[in-house]
Write a protein of this length. Sequence first.
Length: 167
Amino acid sequence: MNLTAAIGDTYIEMRSSLLSIFRQVNIPEEECKDLVQEVFVRLLRIDTLHIETIRGITFTIAMRIRTDYLRRRAFLHKLYSNAATADIYDAGYDDTSFDAKEIAEAEREIVGSMTATNRRIYELSRFEEKNYHEIADIMDMSYRAVESRVYRTRMEVRGGIRKLFGT
C-alpha cells in the first residue's frame, strides 16, 4: 500500500473523529470541514511519513490546528473588543471641564466624614502608601481587621464619588 492510499484510507476512517475534535470548541461546521481538509493537506506535505504513524500524526496535526485556530480567534476577539471599548470611551466622554482635582477634593471630603480610625487607616493606605502589615503595626490592630477596614473604606469612598459625580 502506498502512502497516498494510506492517507486516503485514514481520511475516510478518521474524518468524523477529526470533525468532532473541532466541534468540541464550537467552531462553525463549514470551518470544521475546512480544518479537517487542512489536516490532510499538511499530512500530504510531510516527506518522511510512515504508514504506521499516520493516525497519530493526523491527530497531533488536528490538535495543533485547533489550538492555532482558537488562539487566532481569541486574538481577533481581543483586538475587536479593545477597539470597541476605545470607541465607547471616545464617543461617550465629551466633558473636559471635569478633572482629577475635583475627584481628589471629593475624596478628601468623604474621608473627612469617616470615623477617626477608618479615616486614619484609609489615609495610611491611600496617601502614605503603607501596606497592611505596616498599618496593622501603626494602628495596633490585626492584619485581618486592617484588611477589612481598608476594603470597607475604599468601597465607601467609591460609593461617595459615584453619588457626587453620577457615574
